[in-house]
Design a protein around this ligand. Sequence first.
Ligand SMILES: [Zn+2]
Length: 204
Amino acid sequence: MHVAEGGFDVPLKCSPEEYKHFVEPAMQEAQNSNFPSALDIVENGLNAHPASEGLMFLKAYFGYKIADTMSSELTSFPKVIQSLGNGALMVDGSMTSQLLGKFEEIVKILSEAEESINELLQVNPSSQEVVAFKGYIDSRKNQLGQESENMKATISNTPNIAGSFCVGCRKSISYDTQKVVFRKSSASQLEAWHLPCFQSKVKN
Ligand SMILES: [Zn+2]
């Protein structure tokens, strides 16, 4: 079996019937970058042929491609943190929460891909290609996990550093839903503002 696109040439067992009914149609979908449909076809195939190594690999591969596509879509996501000049930073809380949600979705898809790879490794412990692919998925998953941990830590730490109240209106700030501006007020102090409060202060 040959998966040309991703550069994986994996010699895995796959019967002619599995190939004709599942691998071929799934690869067709994949060629049109329709990875969710490709994954559906492969999962149907696995229901009928749970021991098919070729289908197990493709399940992991298409899962990985879906995660990859979602990750590249995130690059067009609006910036979560923006500099407003003079050392002021604007953090978009609701955007941050949405981004974290996306990260979680991608990690979940990668975990499912990894499960399939683990099954494959049980029957194919010495396949270099499978081991390499597992490493690939693992590192991606860890990287996303790390990024979202950092983001979560930042959000949950912010009230400790900047307090829970806006310097402008003295009302409370919701760091995970509102747009908040941070500015250094002294060497050790960080002040937080609602974005509209900060903007009206700058104007006056
Ligand atoms: Zn305010």
